[in-house]
Structures are given as structure tokens and as C-alpha cells.
Design a protein around this ligand. Structure first.
Ligand SMILES: NC(=O)c1ccc[n+]([C@@H]2O[C@H](COP(=O)([O-])OP(=O)(O)OC[C@H]3O[C@@H](n4cnc5c(N)ncnc54)[C@H](O)[C@@H]3O)[C@@H](O)[C@H]2O)c1
Length: 336
């Protein structure tokens, strides 16, 4: 399949590299608005077709699939035009900027019988695959909490706040692992640097099953942390994505109700068992994304990160944004 990539900024080169080595695709064109980035590509790949705007790729008759790695606001116009022109689309996270746009993209993909996939890259990491098996097999038991910390210093994005930048990763992972949508979200954020764009956000989500999820998102932390804890009735786990050796630790621990000796009641007691760290697949996640895109287009698999999954993530973002908007300006001294 002949592929055109739109956007060769920070993330685009990673997609370019993985599509280039894929046996399923041939990268025939790249669109990039910045001259300096096009010049760089021209020096390395003199035969590659280079365009200034994504519209040229979307309209090209000799391209079967389009990969979109541009800022969020451009995802909807580029993806919708590409699909209406009969092209399969892999779009960067988040899929688009609103639920209304997402619903339209899903409808266009359906009516034009093309594949719409979102690059929720983490779903193809060894760690998330292992956690998916643990959660879906019932080994963890009933999940009671999901607690995530994704913090670092910068990179400040000029067009989106810290939640739209970082939370799509967490929301897509949680959605894939647990398959439950929240009924409500409380979000608070502060704008310390760019007015109107919170750089710290704390989110709490509530679910029909009584599960609770919490997300700590920040561009203001001196240290980088990528840590998720998931608590189940049978097992609990901690995923530290920055730990090269033991990314996941599974604790055979939990809380059990035991009879109290003196009285006729049950009291909660802790059960502390072994800790296990599984061996994980270390293949680059983006290579898995590219393979999955090919397999989905050829009808061999149902996508785990299709338009519906992308829309669920955008729905969570929009719900959280509404709460963030309500809470911005509540505290004295906030610059909203
Ligand atoms: N999956 C991941 O882990 C991951 C990681 C980083 C970024 N991203 C996503 O990738 C997307 C791009 O992020 P980035 O950090 O690479 O941004 P970026 O600003 O570094 O790059 C975007 C590039 O697109 C170009 N561009 C914009 N509109 C264009 C158009 N209409 N035609 C041609 N070129 C155009 C810009 O000139 C720029 O070079 C975002 O949606 C972001 O969330 C995903």
C-alpha cells in the first residue's frame, strides 16, 4: 500500500521510519509545512515526493493510506477529507478536538468503507499487552482503582493544555485494559505559564462498577514519572514505565475480610504475598501499530485502536475539559 505522511515535526519522523521498514507499505510522499524540515528530508531521500500542505496528499490519486502527525486542530479536516477520497487513515492521538468531530469521523469511515485508526502507541508496548492479559483474564479480580502519574518538566505545547497532551495515553490504556467508560469526571487545573492552558491537572473519574481512577498530569515536575497502580480484589500491580528491568510488578496481595475473635463481625485484614515481575516484549511499539494498521485494512483483525476507541478517549477528554473549565478561576490568582 502506498502511504503519504502529513507532518514531519517531532513525532512524524518516528512514523516515517517505521512505515519505511514495513513490508506492507511504501512511503511515497511526505507533506510538511516547514521548508527546513522538507530540505532535511530531501537531502536524505532525494526521490521522495515532498509537498508543502497535507491537502496535496489527501487529494493524490496514487495514495492508498494517509498518516496524520500534525497538531490536533488539523486532524479532523485532514482525516475527513482523506477518508472521503477513499483513503485509509492512521491519525495521531488524540483523534480530534471534540466529540462532534469524532462522531463524524467514525460515520465517514463507515460510509466510505475505509479504516480509521488512532495511534494510541502505548497499546502496543509489551507492558500494556501484559497488563491487558492480566486484567481481561480475571487474574486481577474485580478492579477497584486505577491511579496514574504522568509528569515531567515541559514540553509546553502551544496549542493544547497538559491534559489534552498527556491524558490521551492514560485514557486509551485504561479503556483498553478495563473497557469501562466513566460516568463523571472532576478536574482541576492551574495555568502558571500560558494563560488559558493549564500546565498542571488533577482528574478523578467515577465508573458504574465503583471503580475510581485518578490522574496526575503535569509539565511542572522536576522529575519525569510514568507510574500507574491498578488494584484488583485478587492482585494489585504497579507499572513504572521508566524502570528498564522491572517495568511491571504484580503483587499477590489484597484485603480480605476475616472473622474477629472476640466479636461476631468481619474485619478487613491485609494479605501480603509474592511479588512477580513478568518478562515483557521489547519490540518498538510503533512497529506493532504499523502492522496492526496493515492487518486492519486487509480485514484480518478488528482494530484495538479504531475510530470507536479514539472517540471514547475524546469523550473522556471533553468530559474532563468541561469540569476543568468550571473549576478554572475558582481559586484566587488563577490566570485563566
Ligand atoms: N503517539 C505518541 O506517542 C505521540 C508522541 C508525540 C506526539 N504525538 C502526536 O503527534 C501529533 C504531532 O505532534 P508533534 O509533537 O510531532 O508536533 P510538531 O509541531 O512537532 O509537528 C507537527 C508538524 O506538522 C506540520 N504541519 C502542520 N499542519 C500541516 C499541514 N496542514 N500540512 C503539512 N504539514 C503540517 C508542522 O509544520 C510541524 O512540523 C500530535 O497530535 C501529538 O499529540 C503523539
Amino acid at each position: 500500500m502506498r502511504v503519504g505522511l502529513i507532518g514531519y515535526g517531532y513525532w512524524g519522523p518516528n512514523l516515517f521510519r517505521n512505515f519505511q521498514v514495513s513490508p506492507h507499505f511504501e512511503v511515497v510522499a511526505v507533506a510538511e509545512a516547514r521548508q527546513a524540515r522538507r530540505d532535511e528530508l530531501r537531502r536524505q531521500y532525494p526521490d521522495l515526493k515532498l509537498c508543502e500542505t497535507g491537502e496535496e496528499i489527501v487529494a493524490a490519486s496514487d495514495i492508498d493510506a494517509v498518516v496524520i502527525a500534525t497538531p490536533v486542530a488539523t486532524h479532523f479536516p485532514l482525516a475527513s477529507r482523506a477518508m472521503k477520497a477513499g483513503k485509509h487513515v492512521l491519525v495521531e492521538k488524540p483523534m480530534c478536538a471534540s466529540v462532534a468531530e469524532g462522531e463524524e469521523l467514525v460515520a465517514i469511515a463507515k460510509s466510505h468503507k475505509v479504516t480509521l485508526m488512532v495511534d494510541h502507541t502505548f497499546l502496543f508496548t509489551g507492558a500494556v499487552s501484559a497488563m491487558h492479559k492480566l486484567c481481561q483474564s480475571g487474574e486481577m479480580g474485580k478492579i477497584s482503582y486505577y491511579d496514574s502519574t504522568r509528569i515531567n518538566l515541559g514540553l509546553f505545547q502551544p496549542d493544547v493544555n497538559v491534559m489534552w497532551d498527556l491524558a490521551p495515553h492514560d485514557f486509551s490504556i485504561m479503556d483498553y485494559l478495563l473497557g469501562e467508560e466513566p460516568v463523571s469526571v472532576e478536574a482541576s487545573g492551574y495555568c502558571h505559564i500560558n494563560p488559558g492552558l493549564p500546565d498542571i491537572a488533577y482528574l478523578t473519574m467515577h465508573f458504574p462498577s465503583d471503580m475510581i481512577a485518578h490522574f496526575n498530569l503535569s509539565w511542572m515536575s522536576p522529575v519525569k514519572m510514568r507510574r500507574t497502580a491498578i488494584g484488583g480484589s485478587k492482585k494489585m500491580l504497579v507499572w513504572d514505565d521508566l524502570n528498564p528491568e522491572e517495568k511491571i510488578k504484580i503483587y499477590n496481595s489484597g484485603i480480605e475480610l476475616r472473622p474477629e475473635a472476640q466479636r461476631n463481625i468481619l474485619i478487613p485484614g491485609s494479605r501480603i504475598g509474592d511479588v512477580f515481575s513478568p518478562r515483557l516484549d521489547r519490540r518498538e511499539a510503533l512497529a506493532g501499530v504499523v502492522d496492526h494498521f496493515a492487518a486492519t485494512i486487509s480485514g484480518k483483525v478488528t482494530p484495538i485502536m479504531g475510530g470507536d476507541a479514539g472517540l471514547r478517549v475524546v469523550r473522556m477528554l471533553e468530559m474532563a475539559q468541561q469540569s476543568l473549565d468550571r473549576n478554572l478561576g475558582v481559586a484566587k490568582g488563577r490566570s485563566a
